[in-house]
Write a protein that binds this ligand. Structure first.
Ligand code: PSU
Ligand code: MN
Length: 306
């Protein structure tokens, strides 16, 4: 047993060596967040959105005990198709690697592995956060703590309103993670453009977001990542009534089925996709593609400024 079980795809390694923009992409959203078989085509669209904005995509996953930073099409298809693909947060990655397993990486583990590979920007859909009732269940996503100690900029559409949104924002403040609204003062609520809560900072362009990363780095104030919150346009968000009904039903379903731990988010997403007449999937795909595009632009700007 020698060497680190981590492979960086040739194209990604060359881009990093040449100082070009690279965007990390998570695989949990593919394996556990989007329905099969749509997830295969969507994975390709996400990678294309990064390329079209001038950066190289690096989808991250664990395959047969080896971390891959950058996947080929067949590997993406495997992550999207194989029902045995585990959901791996940071604490799971080393164990799964030791046991030779295959798994998808969350926001937490994708950020950590992106940083190991030298990638500074990461695009996803929504962050994990503080769950409602967390003061009793202690269910707070590991995403938050890992972002707080991993200098990667995460582009997301905020968090879902199934979570405790103000509690999540308070926790990000406690953990010293800056939250930037992209052309907005409102923290987005994933399916909704505005969660009803404010962000502390706002940036108007990919260049401004890139400057935040570069200047924070130069200052060396702390090692926290940055959350760049990119809302769906108001006319593309999910209808509020439908949204509120899905959230109420979804939370009731979790209680009824006794779902807990890492199964909570995938179960809810599945419920939404099956009960929204295609609306949750439509919005989810649009926001992920928009985040991938923006992340590609920010990564290209960071490369230019560095
Ligand atoms: N939020 C979404 N879609 C997702 C996830 C979150 O809207 O697919 C996934 C991400 O991979 C995130 C993870 O990192 O769920 C958080 O899971 P948990 O709450 O178990 O930490
Ligand atoms: Mn949890």
């Amino acid at each position: 047993m020698t060497g680190r079980p981590l492979v960086v795809h040739d194209e990604v390694r060359e881009a990093l060596e040449a100082g070009h923009g690279v965007v990390a992409l998570e695989s949990t959203i593919l394996a556990h967040g989007l329905p099969h078989p749509d997830n295969i085509a969507i994975a390709g669209q996400i990678e294309r959105a990064v390329r079209e904005s001038g950066s190289v995509p690096a989808t991250i996953a664990l395959l047969d005990g080896v971390v891959h930073v950058g996947l080929g099409a067949a590997e993406v298809e495997r992550i999207c198709t194989d029902p045995e693909v585990a959901k791996l947060s940071v604490r799971d990655v080393g164990v799964a690697a030791a046991l030779g397993r295959t798994g998808a990486t969350t926001v937490a583990s994708t950020s950590a592995l992106a940083h190991l590979a030298g990638i500074r920007v990461f695009a996803t859909g929504g962050l994990g956060g503080v769950h409602r009732g967390a003061s009793e269940t202690f269910d707070v996503s590991a995403d938050l703590g890992v972002i707080a100690s991993t200098p990667v900029l995460v582009v997301c559409a905020g968090v879902k309103s199934i979570l405790d949104v103000p509690g999540t924002l308070e926790t990000l403040e406690t953990l010293s993670v800056p939250v930037l609204g992209y052309r907005t003062d409102a923290f987005p609520g994933f399916y909704l453009s505005d969660s009803g809560h404010e962000v502390p900072w706002r940036v108007e362009s990919p260049e401004e977001a890139a400057r935040v990363v570069v200047v924070r780095d130069r200052l060396g104030t702390d090692r926290a990542g940055v959350v760049l919150a990119n809302p769906l346009p108001a006319d593309r968000q999910v209808d509020r009534e439908l949204h509120d009904r899905l959230v109420a039903e979804g939370l009731a379903l979790l209680a009824r089925e006794g779902v807990h731990g890492k199964d909570v988010t995938p179960r809810l997403l599945e419920y939404f996709h099956e009960n929204s007449g295609g609306e949750s999937l439509r919005a989810n795909v649009e926001l992920v593609l928009s985040n991938a595009r923006l992340a590609g632009q920010v990564a290209a700007e960071i490369a230019r400024l560095s």
